[in-house]
Write a protein that binds this ligand. Sequence first.
Ligand code: SF4
Ligand code: SF4
Length: 127
Amino acid sequence: MAEVTGIGKIGKNGLLFNSQYGPRLLLGGVVTTASLPVSAWPERDEKGCPGNCFACQEQCPIQAIDKNGKVNRAACIKYSMKSPIFTNFMKTPSVGSEDIQMINHLTAVDDHSMYRCIRCVSVCPYM
Ligand code: SF4
Ligand code: SF4
């Protein structure tokens, strides 16, 4: 969606890359029935990550990003996310796959997790 609006391209760390803000843009949206003119901001032709930069891939502490920018999300989440809800849940005697799915959806919607790694964003020289 963000690529279509012209505000960036998917970068080598799997995140939206903008030549001014690097991977530090978040996509937000408003649902409306208003008839609005087509617009894009910033109005530019984004080219994506420069060919000679691999900082995010090289500095991931667990090598979760491959050369094509595909992120091993399971490995990344396991390393970077600490969820008190999930930790407490795992202490219960029987946990099934449906329970895991439910807790994943819950943390995605109402995230009380802590993140200890965002290195693939912080090392990007574009800001
Ligand atoms: S958040 Fe950390 S562990 Fe996950 S891909 Fe980025 S650098 Fe790697
Ligand atoms: S660190 Fe380099 S390769 Fe990674 S997102 Fe930033 S510009 Fe792109």
